[in-house]
Ligand binder design. Structure first.
Ligand SMILES: Nc1nc2c(ncn2[C@@H]2O[C@H](COP(=O)(O)OP(=O)(O)OP(=O)(O)O)[C@@H](O)[C@H]2O)c(=O)[nH]1
Ligand SMILES: [Mg+2]
Length: 513
């Protein structure tokens, strides 16, 4: 099998790095074993960036290794140590690469050396317990997980950036022409399909410098895949003008310049999208006597079709100066209309923008599930950050969802206890049983802030609470006893005395039980 040397379309599997996990850690030192939470945050994962590099002319590298991944972020550590950033992965691509999703949606057209596209963003690092601590939650016994980086498959398609595109039958002399007017040195030979990949040449005519692309030859039926097919026409899509290179000296039966032009035009129109490009005609090989005669015969017909025609010889150089100046004129007027693209850094975020508080709750009955699906940037992200083996972390998730209003929305839509709640899209949803009122916000936050490692402190607190409770109970008992005494001697009870206890015999009865 022939080893390709030029590839102009590849599908890449791209993964950005995962964010590092935060860590739950407690500061320890001599005589002060529980000095507070000091777990550091995880570092963000590396992103994948596509960058236009003028030295790269083919997508061949990606054809050989289409899976690319950026580094993961480092995990946090104790003593407030944050994990390191995962390294970004920069992929060099040729100028003129069109980046699309696997569904065909164009994400970016990468033109101009240095243009960058952040195609996949690294995952955020998870917060450590030091960062999660607050006045209410003094010592969290959990940390957040790092988030996975973006993963996607993208299609890269190279569309050469050239000002002029040369099209024509095989062996018409396209490569010879580009070799004669520029420093490009493509392969030239007298058999068809010598050129298998596009060649670029830089031409200078007067004050104007421009690029010319020579693409593989076309034959009748190229649109149906005959010959090399018409795929290479993508490389003339960006051109300001198309130059028909026509062989005036061919000895092939049934060929003549006018029919050749019609055949090529038919293939161009079947490819589509090139109708508006100005055309020039180069009648080549007029150094051959027969060629020169034929050129003379057809030139008027072609001009009658409103075409600019040039009789040239790539071999002798005749007529090339006029041709290159005519090309230059078209290029400069096209440039005046469409200014040169500046290098830019585009950032694509496959996920919805950060900070969006929006979420949707929909009732779903699919694949045996009868429940509620929650979709939204935040809920889905929070689920990814949760270590489900840690109850405290799960509780923290519930609190966050509540504060966002997820529970209220569910109740409002008629969800009842025990209903299935899915967070996220079908393939990676996390499933919960709905328990309304389980979490009442701050109260629970406070309880959740108690790390079991701090339990040594508890007995004292518990004793204090027991004493407080005992005092309250004693006071209540005394009140009851007092009321009972007064009920025994009603005449002595002043009216309106002890609102809510003496005036409500029923309650006193039940209290006494
Ligand atoms: N006499 C003469 N021969 C030429 C001229 N231009 C090209 N040729 C010859 O024509 C043959 C084909 O030339 P190429 O430049 O390879 O043609 P091409 O259009 O690039 O062909 P493909 O790459 O196969 O599509 C070669 O043998 C050239 O030497 C010319 O102006 N005069
Ligand atoms: Mg060629």
């Amino acid at each position: 099998m022939a080893v390709p040397t030029f590839v102009d379309e590849v599908t890449l599997q791209i993964s950005a790095g995962r964010g590092g996990n935060g860590v739950a850690s407690v500061h320890r030192e001599k005589f002060k074993p529980l000095g507070g939470p000091d777990g550091g945050n995880g570092g963000p994962g590396g992103s994948v960036i596509l960058r236009v590099d003028p030295d790269v002319t083919t997508l061949i590298d990606y054809h050989h290794s289409p899976k690319r991944r950026a580094d993961n972020g480092g995990h946090g550590a104790g003593a407030h140590k944050n994990g390191g950033h995962g390294g970004d992965l920069v992929l060099a691509i040729p100028d003129g690469t069109v980046v699309s999703t696997s569904d065909g949606e164009v994400l970016a057209d990468m033109v101009g050396s240095g243009s960058e596209l952040v195609i996949a963003q690294g995952g955020r690092g998870g917060l450590g317990n030091a960062a999660l601590a607050s006045a209410k939650r003094k010592a969290p016994g959990f940390a957040l997980l790092g988030e996975p980086g973006d993963e996607l498959s993208v299609v890269l398609e190279l569309k050469v950036v050239a000002d002029i595109g040369l099209v024509g039958f095989p062996s018409a002399g396209k490569s010879s022409l580009i070799a004669a007017i520029s420093r490009a040195r493509p392969k030239i030979a007298d058999y068809p399909f010598t050129t298998l990949v596009p060649n670029l040449g830089v031409v200078r005519a007067g004050e104007v410098t421009y690029t010319v692309a020579d693409v593989p030859g076309l034959i009748e039926g190229a649109a149906d895949g005959r010959g090399l097919g018409q795929d290479f026409l993508r490389h003339v899509e960006r051109c300001a003008a198309i130059v028909h290179v026509i062989d005036t000296a061919t000895v092939e039966p049934g060929r003549n310049p006018l029919d050749d032009l019609d055949v090529i035009e038919r293939e161009l129109s079947r490819y589509g999208g090139l109708e508006d490009r100005p055309r020039l005609v180069a009648l080549n090989k007029i150094d051959v006597p027969d060629g020169s005669d034929i050129a003379d015969m057809v030139v008027e017909d072609l001009r009658a079709r409103d075409l600019d025609v040039f009789a040239v010889s790539a071999a002798s150089g005749k007529g090339l100066r006029e041709l290159t100046f005519a090309m230059a004129e078209i290029v400069s007027s096209a440039r005046r209309e469409r200014p040169v693209v500046e290098a830019e850094r585009i950032v694509i975020r496959p996920r919805s923008a950060d900070g969006a508080d929006d979420f949707t709750v929909t009732h779903v009955t699919e694949q045996g599930v009868d429940g509620w699906r929650i979709l939204g940037d935040k809920p889905e992200r929070w689920v990814r950050q949760t270590d489900f083996s840690n109850d405290e972390a799960v509780g923290y998730l519930a609190d966050r969802l509540n504060r966002l209003g997820v529970e209220a929305r569910l109740v409002g839509l008629g969800a009842v206890e025990g209903d299935t709640v899915l967070i996220g899209a079908t393939d990676n949803a996390v499933v919960f049983d709905f328990k309304p009122g389980l979490d009442a916000g701050a109260e629970n936050l406070a309880r959740r802030g108690e790390d079991h490692r701090f339990e040594e402190e508890r007995p004292a607190a518990r004793r204090r609470r027991e004493i407080d409770e005992a005092m309250v109970e004693r006071a209540e008992n005394e009140t009851r006893a007092d009321v009972a005494r007064r009920l025994d001697r009603p005449k002595r009870a002043p009216t309106g005395y002890e609102i809510g206890s003496a005036q409500d015999p029923d309650r006193v009865e039940s209290d006494r039980d």
